[in-house]
Design a binder for this molecule. Structure first.
Ligand code: SAH
Ligand code: ZN
Ligand code: ZN
Ligand code: ZN
Ligand code: ZN
Length: 435
């Protein structure tokens, strides 16, 4: 499946403009192009489908619009704000949260939810950490909500503060947003602000419209229309020299080109807030994504580099920090900031390589031949003279394939590069990066 990305005049599903796709085989387009939902890669979550060249009747268009309207959240953000105001006025004993509907309940609504599981005595602290109250939406193909561990979240926030940023555009990072919000409400001298852009509308129960925008990062769609867009634009305007940084932690399901296209639009929004136009500068950005997408990300953002820091998650068994014998997280930070300014914690084994001018993980040895610290996964890599580069320690050089690969592999040649790592010799399903 290949993606043409956001197309002008694309039809819309409840998640905003659909994306244009085409089936490919051996790198060649095959068959008709079609539109499908940008946000849900599982047909069960959204079954929108339309051929690119399909004629859609007026009746069907009208029915579709009606369908899209009916498939918006049952409360608007405004209504949720009013409900929140009433909720905090309630005594503790009357503060309930319905776990089935994932919703704060007002006493008049208890009846309707009487056979649902609920939590009682919702404290102010709980209201300030919605990511603990809401269950993570883990369905891989749509939300893939993997929450930062406290370690990773604190590291990120301290890094941003040390770099002098005062505003954080949190794109799909509810936990980072929450840490900033709760510090801001508790510590007088803490002067960092955050705006959360996320498709998870449950968060609108806890944040004002200056703090949360319902947003789809695969098609740059603001569900709140022009007003929400304006909120974002205002936030990006660097008043009083308060510098802005964007932090995004998207689902890893691919669609790198769709994400890149949206992020470029957010960058353009930032650039246009300044009358002098920020010249040729880019909005500072952190894109959190697995290391095996490095070449794909660099295709779209040549100014980015990958940091060795391992980002890890509470609710993801595989994506955890190493050291304790658990598997190492493959998730890294990609940034357009100068690598040497990204200081990684020495107490976790990271050290500064003076040649590479960046912090690297403890196992990452500087290769004299490549003249670079070449490990991507934290383990020490070995140099292959035939490939003229460093490879994973578990790989060996196959003379049939004429490259280094896993010991167990079938020597099949495919002409096109792999979708994940871009290299020839294997398909996405057999990509050694994924194993
Ligand atoms: N590590 C982050 C969460 C990352 S999980 C943290 O702890 O803060 C991915 C996030 O992206 C989730 O919050 C999910 O709701 C959001 N998301 C998933 N699909 C999205 C889309 N199409 N548009 C915007 N946000 C999306
Ligand atoms: Zn080095
Ligand atoms: Zn090398
Ligand atoms: Zn080799
Ligand atoms: Zn081979």
């Amino acid at each position: 499946l290949a993606l043409f990305g956001p197309a002008p005049g694309a039809p819309s599903c409840p998640h905003g403009p659909a994306l244009l796709f085409v089936k490919t085989s051996q790198g060649k387009e095959e068959g008709r192009r079609f539109y499908a939902c940008s946000a849900c890669r599982d047909r069960k979550d959204c079954n929108f489908f339309q051929w690119e060249d399909e004629k859609v009747s007026e009746t069907r268009l009208a029915a579709r619009e009606e369908y899209n309207r009916n498939h918006q959240p049952s409360f608007t953000h405004r209504q949720n704000l009013d409900r929140y105001k009433n909720f905090v006025l309630l005594p503790l004993s009357k503060r309930r949260f319905c776990q089935e509907c994932q919703q704060l309940l007002l006493p008049a609504e208890w009846e309707k939810h009487s056979d649902h599981q609920f939590l009682c005595n919702i404290t102010t602290t709980q209201l300030k950490s919605p990511s603990q109250l809401l269950y993570p939406l883990e369905n891989k193909k749509t939300n893939a909500q993997y929450l930062f561990t406290d370690r990773s979240c604190k590291f990120l926030l301290n890094l941003l503060i040390d770099l002098g940023f005062r505003r954080v555009l949190s794109v799909g990072t509810p936990r980072l947003h929450e840490m900033i919000q709760s510090k801001a409400s508790q510590e007088e001298e803490f002067n960092v602000r955050s705006l959360l852009l996320d498709i998870d509308f449950r968060y609108s129960q806890f944040y004002t419209d200056d703090e949360f925008c319902h947003y789809n990062m695969f098609n740059h769609h603001f569900f709140g229309g022009e007003a929400a867009r304006e909120t974002c634009r205002k936030f990006l305007y660097e008043e009083n020299g308060e510098r802005v940084v964007m932090v995004a932690d998207p689902p890893f399901g691919g669609l790198v080109e769709a994400l890149a296209s949206s992020f470029k639009k957010l960058m353009a929004m930032w650039r246009e807030t300044e009358k002098e136009g920020h010249d040729n500068k880019e909005m500072p950005m952190f894109w959190i994504f697995p290391y095996f997408f490095e070449s794909r990300i660099l295709d779209f953002f040549p100014s980015f580099s990958m940091m060795d820091y391992q980002v890890d998650y509470d609710n993801h068994a595989l994506y955890k920090h190493g050291k304790t014998g658990r598997r190492q997280s493959p998730v890294r930070i990609f940034t357009n900031l100068t690598p040497s300014t990204i200081v990684l914690p020495e107490e976790e084994g990271y050290r500064f390589c003076t040649v590479c001018q960046r912090y690297v993980s403890s196992g990452n040895q500087h290769c004299e031949i490549c003249n670079s610290c070449t490990s991507k996964d934290g383990r020490q890599w070995k140099h292959c003279v035939l490939c003229k580069k460093c490879v994973k320690p578990s790989w060996f050089h196959c003379s049939n394939c004429n490259c280094c690969t896993l010991q167990k592999h079938s020597c099949e040649k495919t002409d096109v590069g792999c979708f994940v790592c871009g290299k020839a010799g294997h398909k996405r399903s057999a990509c050694p990066s994924l194993s």
